[in-house]
Design a protein around this ligand. Structure first.
Ligand code: ADP
Ligand code: MG
Length: 545
């Protein structure tokens, strides 16, 4: 499959992107030799010349490296082409530019091209005192000792941080190098991808993955991992990764770690937080404390749907360097600290009565909704944002039928469920509806006051393609026949009135609610809210049709 990207042309994609990046970075300047350097002087905290820490690598891993340029982190970064190491000239020019007479540290990820070009660059810049540290944290390519060994991935930014902070506090080149090496040696990472990304230059996917499968141990360029297997739940995925990281780092109960949960560019922040929660809880179970944490997209693989977990076995000095302030825009303003994962559920006390006589009327209503969740979602998906079914499910799915008790007590319970458990417009609208029904003496009074209140609440009127298109005709009918109780005849009359309103919603374009954004596209689809209103009086669940 070929994908589109925001770009002007394939050829100009990278330089256009870099130009925008630099324009937005408060402390970065482009140098025509092919590197980005800090705009402000490379000085230590007490205003002396500082050791320069520089890095570089293929593009496609943003915000690494250039986002980590800034005081207390990188002095310069050399961006290569997409997933291609920078050339030696870029690196040697950056090295000579960055040197303040105190030497330059190269932070190099373990890929053949990167290692070669940084080595050639050091030879070319022989007048400068240079050192290099190799980041090789990806245990998926640990191998047997032959081959290129572990790849450099997520730990790179921790190494850049420790080295940059040491340089800023005034450490000399040997000490900065030693701290960078210590960080690299004590860090290990592993990645899992649920889906391939695609290159914004060619539009081609970076690797093939069968539906429902995940690539375990994937590399940050989409290189194959250790194996592919069926997608498991997050708990199991995290457990697998942590077990391997734990063994590689030889961590056990009592140890303290920095935990970096890194998105590979196509993973939602919601998923990343979930993965972090799993990791943190599972580490805690093993007696390992997460003393600092970072969650976000730091070392990406263009837009791959994947995540990497990096653990750094931390000592006090490394923690101090990780904690030191930096102006690099991609480094988080604040890191997470020692905190346990706790439940984040909304507490809810159900007010539905548990005793009393079976309530056939309202049981039938809830039953119709419960058995039509998917179909309701589908209606809202066609002419809205697709959450209506989910909201109904949140409010009603956990109710055990039959309902018991008097109508007004049940309405009170239903109202609370809609207001607390459901979201969206429907939560507020149906919550108010049932509150009014609970308070009223008669059916007619309840329906009328609800119709009035909801019109005021959301500003919709009849004909706007909302639940009011069923509620208003039902309320009018109820007034007309003086409806007091929900006997069979009354419900039948109200159902017919409401049902006509439901049909109408299929003929008009929505003017209120999310469906209104669709304009004429919502035509031909009945409003799910109106349908649910009609079900209070009768009708059949959608799945039973
Ligand atoms: P959201 O609009 O937030 O996605 P839901 O999907 O949960 O909320 O609910 C949408 C339903 O709410 C619609 O089907 C419609 O019946 C009803 N609705 C939308 N806007 C209004 C409004 N202004 N007044 C009354 N009901 C409304
Ligand atoms: Mg919706």
């Amino acid at each position: 499959m070929k994908h589109s990207a925001f770009r002007n042309s394939q050829e100009s994609f990278l330089s256009d992107s870099l130009a925008g990046f630099i324009a937005q970075h408060p402390d970065a300047t482009w140098h025509d030799a092919g590197f980005i350097g800090r705009s402000t002087p490379l000085r230590t905290a007490d205003d002396k010349p500082a050791v320069a820490v520089i890095s570089g690598g293929g593009s496609g891993h943003e915000p690494m490296h250039a986002g980590f340029i800034g005081q207390g982190m990188l002095a310069a970064a050399c961006p290569g082409l997409l997933f291609t190491s920078p050339n030696a000239v870029q690196v040697s020019e950056a090295t000579q530019w960055a040197d303040q007479g105190r030497g330059v540290l190269h932070i190099v990820k373990n890929y053949t091209g990167d290692v070669m070009n940084f080595t050639v660059a050091r030879n070319a810049a022989e007048a400068v005192d240079t050192r290099s540290v190799l980041v090789a944290d990806d245990i998926a390519t640990e191998g047997t000792g032959e081959g290129p060994g572990r790849r450099g991935t997520g730990a790179t930014i921790l190494v850049e941080k420790a080295a940059g902070a040491a340089a800023y506090r005034g450490d000399d080149l040997d000490k900065v190098t030693e701290l960078a090496e210590r960080t690299a040696d004590n860090s290990r990472s592993m990645s899992v991808a649920l889906g391939s990304g695609f290159l914004p230059t060619t539009g081609r996917e970076t690797f093939d993955l069968d539906d429902g499968h995940m690539e375990v141990g994937v590399g940050i360029h989409g290189e194959p991992g250790t194996h592919t297997e069926k997608v498991d739940n997050a708990h199991a995925i995290v457990a697998t990764v942590l077990e391997k990281l734990g063994a590689a780092l030889d961590i056990s109960s009592g140890d303290e770690v920095v935990c970096l949960v890194n998105g590979l560019g196509g993973t939602t922040p919601l998923e990343l937080s979930l993965v972090f929660g799993e990791a943190s809880a599972q580490l805690a179970e093993k007696g390992i404390t997460v003393v600092r944490s970072m969650v976000g997209n730091f070392v990406t693989a263009v837009n791959m749907h994947g995540v990497s977990i990096t653990l750094l076995k931390a000592d006090d000095e490394l923690l101090e360097l990780i904690d030191a302030p930096t102006s690099a825009p991609a480094w988080p303003h604040t890191l997470g600290g020692t905190k346990q994962v706790e439940s984040a559920r909304i507490t809810f006390e159900d007010e539905l009565p548990t005793e009393g006589e079976e309530n056939q009327w309202l049981s039938d209503f809830v039953d119709r909704v419960q058995s039509s969740i998917e179909e309701l979602t589908e209606l809202d998906r066609k002419a809205g944002d697709g959450d209506f079914g989910t909201n109904m499910e949140a409010a009603l799915e956990s109710i055990e039928l039959p309902l018991r008790g008097a109508d007004d007590e049940i309405f009170t319970g239903l109202a609370k469920r809609f207001l607390v458990l459901a979201g969206g417009t429907s939560g507020a609208v149906f919550g108010s509806f049932f509150n009014d029904m609970a308070r009223a003496e008669t059916l007619a009074e309840g329906l009328s006051s609800a119709a009035e209140f909801i019109q005021e609440l959301g500003g919709a009127q009849r004909g706007d393609c909302t639940m009011l298109d069923a509620l208003i005709p039902a309320a009018e009918k109820a007034q007309e026949i003086g409806a007091e109780r929900p006997d069979e005849q009354t419900l039948q009359a109200l159902y017919e009135a409401a049902r006509e309103g439901v049909e109408e919603t299929g003929k008009i374009a929505a003017k209120k609610g999310r469906a209104s954004y669709l304009g004429d596209r919502s035509k031909g689809v009945i409003d799910p809210g109106a349908l649910v209103v009609s079900w209070l009086f009768g009708g059949q669940a959608l799945s039973a049709d």
